[in-house]
Ligand binder design. Structure first.
Ligand code: ATP
Ligand code: FE
Length: 355
């Protein structure tokens, strides 16, 4: 089964061609065009600018993906497109593009939940079998999921306010570091002393796997302000020490909540599930290391897909769409773009339009 995937839910326009095998898949091509240069001056993604850029880039991405895969559109068996959640203008651009291609060729269409794409990525890269536990940590999301099959996801826990990536970005802004904040905070933290500032580990004192990261940002502001009040400004060392303390707090929270989720699933299933991560924050070496320690202490296999497949891409959409297609799911021309689309729903509502 050869699937063309299309992704445009945030600030990356992407297209990919993936061939599903009996188990696992081959990525024949995966084209991602970022928009960082367009949004940098605004200090964040501007939805209208993103949507316009998607419209300009989608056709080019699709053409490049097909060319790189050495396929004609007519050789594709299904067209999978992110139908949400995300910035509505971007999602709409992608859905329109996919519907156009499907209507013009008669190739079946399938609307894919972007989060399902992330959640099924370890199946694309590692041939892991169901069920497994997934930690999705990015700029917009933070959830622990039990993935039972390609259409059944259960939320075990997650953030009740900010996502960790957002906390990294805000911390960078507070300290005057470059955006996106994750890589710059991680870089600064390497020169810092973890123990100089102790930041809160919110909700660790409460049972369950829910998390909170908005208080960390306030703690960072307070720490900065008290240093500035004392000494008139921040030295490079102050900045590095704050970054190290902040990163350590985020890593501890993610690791402990993951441990609890693994425990909960183990109790329920009577066996160890495999464990996988996705999302930009999962590229943080310190966080990855703590998560790996937790899962190996548990005897759970730790699957960390390569970075390019952890962040937004269309190969994961093509793969997720392909697997769902094989179970009989299809969308029709009533497929609509959804700004919000929780993954933790029954499979019937996993499709924007269709069966
Ligand atoms: P979505 O949630 O819809 O997938 P997104 O575009 O924010 O959206 P990603 O591209 O997966 O998702 O992740 C980007 C986020 O990851 C940013 O907030 C960024 O700061 C964070 N990030 C990237 N690298 C690192 C790192 N090394 N350490 C910590 N955070 C990082
Ligand atoms: Fe994403």
């Amino acid at each position: 089964l050869t699937v063309l995937g299309i992704e445009s839910s945030c600030d990356d326009t992407a297209a990919a061609v993936v061939r599903l095998r009996t188990s696992g898949a081959d990525i024949l091509s995966s084209v991602v065009k970022g928009q960082n240069n367009l949004h940098a001056v605004f200090g964040g993604v501007v939805p209208e600018i993103a949507a316009r850029a998607h419209v300009e880039q989608l056709d080019i991405c699709v053409e490049e993906a097909l060319a790189e895969a050495n396929k004609r559109l007519s050789e594709v068996d299904a067209i999978a497109v992110t139908a949400g959640p995300g910035l509505i203008g971007g999602v709409l651009s992608g859905v329109m593009c996919a519907k156009g291609l499907s209507a013009g060729t008669g190739i079946p269409l399938i609307g894919v939940n972007h989060l399902a794409g992330h959640a099924l990525t370890p199946r694309l890269t590692d041939q892991v079998s169901y069920p497994y536990v997934m930690l999705l940590v990015s700029g917009g999301h933070c959830q622990l999921l039990l993935v039972s099959d390609c259409r059944t996801f259960r939320r075990i826990g997650g953030t009740i306010d900010d996502a960790p990536g957002e906390a990294f970005d805000k911390t960078a802004r507070i300290l005057g570091l470059a955006q996106p904040g994750g890589p710059s905070v991680e870089h600064e933290a390497m020169k810092g002393h973890v123990k100089r500032f102790t930041f809160p580990r919110p909700l660790l004192d409460r049972p369950g796997s829910d998390m909170s990261f908005s208080g960390l940002k306030t703690a960072v502001i307070r720490t900065r302000d008290s240093i500035v009040a004392d000494k008139g400004g921040l030295t490079d060392q102050d900045r590095s020490d704050i970054c190290a303390g902040f990163q350590d707090a985020v890593a501890d929270v993610l690791a402990e909540k993951t441990r609890r989720a693994l425990q909960e699933v183990k109790t329920e299933l009577g066996k160890n599930p495999a464990f996988s991560v996705a999302g930009g924050v999962a590229s943080n070496a310190k966080i990855r290391a703590k998560l790996e320690t937790v899962s190996s202490a548990f005897g759970a296999a730790f699957l960390a897909p390569p970075l390019a497949l952890c962040t937004d891409n269309a190969a994961m959409i093509a793969y997720a769409g392909g697997e769902q297609f094989q179970t009989g799911m299809r969308s029709d021309m009533t497929l609509s773009a959804r700004p919000r689309w929780p993954l933790d729903t029954t499979s019937a509502s996993l499709l924007g339009g269709g069966k």
